[in-house]
Design a binder for this molecule. Structure first.
Ligand SMILES: Nc1nc2c(ncn2[C@@H]2O[C@H](COP(=O)(O)OP(=O)(O)OP(=O)(O)O)[C@@H](O)[C@H]2O)c(=O)[nH]1
Ligand SMILES: [Mg+2]
Length: 351
């Protein structure tokens, strides 16, 4: 107050010092305060804080990198904030896994399924970034279920029937599998078809049979099918092609069940990934009245949302046998392999 009254309202205290004055042996001393104050002060930077030698100017490249780094950091922050806002569940996810969480959603995996997969991942504390990156692919591999190739036993023909909706690629897939087993693996393969509703359907399979040079028989009834199979008793592998059926037509599905019911065969339900998810669920639900042993996904080349594979598996845990990736016979088919599926689901390309 005294400084202000002496020097005005802009006065600044620069220094204060307390000391005692007078007294004997420290007793009866008087405490005194010394104040150094000034008005209109210009405070210069202390000499010690100034670099002794001017630093050379930062190279342009370094400056640009630093700017980019800070921009990336701020973008990362924004993405994390956005992720938390749009997917509150992602808040629980370690930030290093958050990008995978987003990628799974972008790949069409339903959010409850993503959460289920993420819940399998142990808390990644104590791991370095590289180890953390392998956690999601590993969890996906654990979630996927594949059957391996069609297994044949010597002495008894293996019978494989492909069933599914119309136009999903059953006949083309049988042609691909037959060609691979007959020509590459030198197996004795035969074809049968119960798709006698369209002349073109029988012709289509006969054409493939002729090209691959394997025999084919046509069956109109369950009895004819059984005798066709008996006629191929010397074969390693027999495929049964069936007519495409709408999952909505219960009568047709019952017919299919009756045709295949008495036959010891492995049924592969063929599902096109170009089908909407809701319809896929309906198909798998209704086709389950026929016993389904394997899932076979086609037309992976026609989509980039492979997440449906996980959504389907979450509803029905049936192993996947093969996937097809185009129209070319015989090359556009692969055995279902977790590494390939994980790569596709986390953002790859099928062809
Ligand atoms: N892009 C693509 N097309 C495919 C694939 N597999 C089959 N197709 C095509 O899908 C169409 C139908 O194939 P089919 O094999 O006749 O299908 P299907 O299930 O036997 O059909 P129906 O017997 O009528 O029920 C054909 O044009 C095939 O070339 C695939 O993996 N990718
Ligand atoms: Mg067909």
């Amino acid at each position: 107050m005294k400084v202000r009254s002496d020097l005005g309202p802009d006065a600044v205290i620069l220094h204060t010092k307390k000391f005692t004055r007078g007294g004997i042996l420290g007793m009866m001393a008087k405490e005194t305060v010394e104040i150094l104050a000034a008005d209109d002060v210009h405070i210069a930077e202390p000499a010690s804080r100034r670099p002794a030698v001017e630093a050379p100017p930062e190279p342009v490249e370094d400056r640009r990198i630093r700017t980019l780094e800070s921009q990336i950091q701020s973008l990362q922050g924004s993405v994390e904030r956005l992720l938390k806002d749009s997917h509150p569940q992602a808040q629980a996810v370690d930030p290093r896994l958050a990008a995978c969480y987003e990628r799974l959603l972008a790949s069409g995996v339903d959010e409850p399924v993503v959460q289920k997969i993420m819940a399998q991942i142990p808390a990644p504390s104590g791991l370095d970034d590289r180890q953390a990156e392998t956690l999601v692919p590993n969890a996906l591999r654990g979630f996927l279920e594949v059957s391996g190739p069609v297994a044949m036993a010597p002495g008894l023909p293996k019978v494989v029937a492909l069933i599914g909706p119309t136009g999903v690629g059953k006949t083309t897939t049988i042609a691909k599998m037959s060609a691979n087993f007959a020509l590459l693996e030198k197996k004795k393969v035969a074809l049968t078809t119960v798709d006698t509703y369209r002349v073109a359907a029988v012709e289509q399979l006969k054409t493939y049979g002729d090209i691959i040079d394997i025999p084919i028989r046509v069956a109109h009834t369950a009895k004819e099918l059984r005798s066709a199979l008996d006629g191929f008793a010397d074969r390693d592998l027999i495929f049964i092609d069936t007519a495409g059926r709408s999952q909505k037509n219960t009568l047709h599905l019952s017919e299919l069940k009756m045709l295949l019911g008495g036959i010891p065969c492995e049924t592969h339900l063929v599902l096109s990934l170009a089908t909407r998810d809701r319809e896929l669920y309906d198909i798998i639900e209704r086709f389950s009245m026929v016993e389904v042993d394997r899932l076979l996904f086609t037309k992976l080349d026609e989509t980039d949302s492979y997440g449906a594979v996980l959504n389907v598996l979450d509803r029905r845990r049936i192993p996947i046998s093969y996937v097809t990736t185009g129209q070319k016979v015989p090359e556009d088919i692969e055995m279902a392999n977790p590494d390939l599926l994980v790569r596709l689901i986390l953002g790859g390309q099928a062809s």
